[in-house]
Design a protein around this ligand. Structure first.
Ligand SMILES: [Mg+2]
Length: 200
């Protein structure tokens, strides 16, 4: 019994904070974990910037609604879901991802949650668990599933390596060079074929 676990940002949709920085005209929001490795600190800073600009959840979702999935992503996901159960696993927040999930046909998404006040102000955030991708894959395996995983980044390596089959997708040259044993693909057709083959 197979289940496919997919990273979201960089695989199906653009990096949400970078796209949001562009769509909202707030360039400082392009700061990522590469600039600030402490995720809690980075998120609290981002929330303070949103507050400064008077952006509550409603305004943010309106801006995120302008962002589109990567070209071909919906078709890929639709096709994949005809022959495999699929769970998207992301470190982003449900409320940010929602407008994008609508455009992807409402796939199952496991991610984190923003704490939102009644007036729409984002007051905080809650991470679901430590190492969410690896933890999820291990939990699925404990339920009798064999997992197939794909992602583009460092935080995907855990679930990729722990799975029956794992693939890098549109990753960096550095990650590909550091992990020569993990097949790496650039096109949805290639990834689809690799997943199909792994299930045989
Ligand atoms: Mg990613």
């Amino acid at each position: 019994m197979y289940i496919t676990c997919l990273d979201v940002e960089g695989v199906l949709v653009p990096e949400i904070w970078i796209a949001f920085a562009e769509a909202s005209g707030i360039p400082e929001l392009k700061k990522t974990t590469r600039d600030e490795p402490d995720y809690d600190k980075l998120m609290n800073w981002r929330l303070s910037v949103l507050k400064e600009h008077g952006l509550g959840l409603k305004e943010i979702q309106k801006t995120i609604a302008k962002i589109d999935p990567l070209p071909g992503a919906k078709k890929f996901l639709d096709e994949l879901r005809t022959f495999s159960q699929v769970i998207l696993i992301s470190d982003t927040f449900t409320q940010f991802a929602t407008p994008l999930m609508e455009k992807l046909g409402w796939p199952t998404l496991f991610c984190n949650t923003l704490e939102v006040a009644e007036d729409g102000e984002i007051t905080g955030f809650r991470m679901r668990c430590e190492q969410s991708k690896l933890t999820t894959v291990k939990a699925l395996q404990s339920m009798g599933f064999e997992t197939i995983a794909s992602g583009d980044s460092y935080n995907d390596l855990g679930m990729i390596k722990a799975s029956k089959a794992g693939f890098l997708f549109r990753s960096t040259e550095q990650i590909k060079a550091d992990n020569p044993d993990i097949p790496a693909y650039e096109e949805y057709d290639e990834l689809l074929a690799a997943i199909k083959k792994a299930m045989k």
